[in-house]
Design a binder for this molecule. Structure first.
Ligand code: SF4
Length: 370
């Protein structure tokens, strides 16, 4: 079978792996062995899976493929942030970002190619939605970034395909995932949930749900659906405006969801999971950074299990939006703090490499060199 037509095993659950192996006449325990190679070890070479019989490895190689996104380009920041442009099997590209914090690495991953939400400040939304990513393609981004940090033992982890940008063997097994790259994760609900399942499962990457942050622009029905699952993943709401006069002009894709409904759904999520909800608020000069709006945001969120993360707005070419000054951001934070709402100002990592989502892919599509 031609390789492109073969099913990619990356992205299958343990049970599905068992089904595929059963169809080849294999016992159920082989599925755990296969998962151990594919997920924590990040192995993509059949011949390296030495506890599987040689005949089975040949059969697997003839029937399936193991494919991660390929690194097309990396930009490395002075602060250690690495921004990746990753190529998918169909030739399109997505971005992922590796950030290094005191508590360990965090991987900012994409869930869609492009995005259909059309937020005016976001380069990912500029070209519209191309397609959803599969769970395997979301997970493959994490595997690529893990490999570059020496967190896998497979060929790619040893600096093979895709190129390495990190110190092999220098990092432990734990990492954080932020679903804040291109795309709206809750508009690709099933693949996102499947990705989280594999990320968390003991037969997968065995990461705590608490190490996962899912960022949404506020799709109310999907937030409520997520709440019913009771997974203690961190929910982050991109709010950027405290009222329905301003928000639709910045985020037209969620104009049909009033701010009150978004906050009510987030409250339900906090209640169901016990996790404090983070509200992301990017500040743009003269647009959403006034003292009056800070007070309005405070009235909206005070008394809730909530926290506000203020983000210096990233200028995106062609939008005319400019980020607020540091002084304005600090003043906004003080006003918010006085209303009793916990607030932090996000430290901007990778600002020297254009870390705003979608910009690298946009430039690649336009054929621009940086
Ligand atoms: S900010 Fe997020 S939801 Fe909005 S267009 Fe960009 S990727 Fe999509």
């Amino acid at each position: 079978m031609a390789e492109a037509q073969q099913e990619n095993l990356i992205g299958l659950t343990l049970a599905e792996m068992g089904d595929r192996l059963a169809a080849l006449g294999q016992p159920a325990y082989r599925a755990r062995q296969l998962c151990a190679w594919i997920y924590p070890r990040g192995e993509t070479r059949w011949e390296a899976m030495t506890d599987l019989p040689a005949q089975l490895r040949e059969l697997l190689a003839a029937s399936f493929r193991l494919s991660w996104p390929e690194t097309r380009r990396t930009l490395v920041s002075d602060d250690g942030t690495v921004k990746y442009l990753l190529g998918l099997d169909d030739g399109d590209t997505v971005e992922a970002v590796r950030l290094l914090y005191r508590y360990g690495p965090a991987f900012c991953l994409s869930t869609q190619v492009g995005c259909g939400m059309g937020c005016v400040f976001c380069a990912s939304g500029a070209g519209g939605l191309a397609r959803n990513l599969t769970a395997g393609e979301i997970l493959g981004q994490a595997q690529r970034l893990r490999a570059d940090l020496g967190m896998t033992t497979g060929a790619a982890g040893a600096g093979g395909r895709g190129g390495a940008t990190g110190p092999a063997g220098a990092v432990g097994p734990s990492f954080h995932v932020v679903l804040m790259g291109s795309g709206e994760p809750l508009a690709n609900f099933d693949a996102t949930l499947r990705f989280i399942e594999i990320l968390h499962a003991p037969w997968g990457l065995a990461q705590s749900h608490r190490h996962v942050t899912l960022s949404t622009c506020g799709l109310v029905p999907q937030i409520r659906r997520l709440a019913t699952l009771g997974l203690p993943v961190n929910l982050s709401i991109s709010l950027h405006a405290p009222n329905d006069r301003l928000r639709p002009s910045l985020m037209p894709g969620v104009a049909s969801f009033p701010v009150r409904d978004v906050v009510a759904a987030a409250d339900d999520y906090a209640k169901a999971t016990g996790r404090r909800v983070t509200y992301e608020y990017s500040l743009f000069k003269g647009v959403n950074d006034s003292v009056a709006l800070a007070r309005e945001l405070g009235r909206l969120l005070s008394g809730r299990l909530a926290h506000v993360n203020l983000i210096p707005g990233n200028p995106v070419p062609g939008t005319g939006l400019a980020g607020s000054s540091g002084e304005t951001i600090r003043g906004f934070a003080v006003v918010l703090h006085e209303t009793g709402v916990p607030v932090t100002v996000r430290r901007e990592l990778g600002s020297d490499i254009n870390a705003a989502c979608g910009q690298l892919r946009g430039k690649a599509r336009a054929g621009e060199k940086q």
